[in-house]
Design a binder for this molecule. Structure first.
Ligand code: SF4
Length: 179
């Protein structure tokens, strides 16, 4: 069976709404990041609404570099398997989860690398973790690819020692992976 893509009309609608809310943000008529949050909610809802299950080898888990503990010397952007799962940050648990699920996980340093990975890997589904701004833009860039976005927590401020609920990521895998 062919893997699904999100419908063209839906993608146009998401892009149009994003631009409209951005305009409202500029006019101070909407909260900052409201446009990105709208993209994330719409794409997640639509992707889950497909009610499709994907072979794990067609799923790519994209993680932001800021999840890594800032003093960790391991070069996980080169290969997440360089993480020794010491428990110093959430990357170890996510790397273990990806292995358990049979899904490839990659750590990105930004949108350019994420776009390149999507071009090279051509996954059927991407599960991405990031802050609202990067995630919203990333899901827009990935359209019409089905995608699920998980917003990271930023207890130390933006882009620094961030974290994410592995249970939330596991819950999404449970909904969309073939068993
Ligand atoms: S879990 Fe992995 S990435 Fe995080 S501090 Fe330990 S070795 Fe580094």
């Amino acid at each position: 069976m062919n893997e699904p893509l999100l419908p063209r009309l839906f993608c146009l609608g998401v892009r149009g709404r994003f631009l409209f809310i951005k305009l409202l943000e500029a006019l101070k008529l909407a909260q900052p990041e409201a446009a990105e949050l709208s993209v994330i909610a719409s794409v997640n809802r639509k992707t889950l609404g497909l009610k499709r299950r994907f072979s794990p080898d067609r799923v790519l888990l994209l993680l932001p570099h800021c999840l890594q503990f800032h003093e960790c010397p391991r070069r996980i952007t080169f290969d997440i398997k360089n993480c020794v799962r010491c428990g110093g940050c959430v990357v170890g648990a996510l790397s273990g989860l990806a292995c358990e699920m049979g899904v490839e996980a990659r750590v990105t340093t930004g949108g350019t690398l994420a776009r390149r990975l999507l071009r090279e890997k051509t996954p059927g589904l991407v599960v991405a973790v990031a802050c609202p701004r990067d995630l919203g833009q990333g899901l827009l860039d990935a359209l019409p690819l089905p995608a699920l976005g998980v917003i990271n927590a930023r207890p130390n401020g933006d882009c620094f020692d961030t974290t994410v609920s592995t249970e939330k990521v596991r819950g999404l895998f449970d909904l969309v992976l073939q068993r």
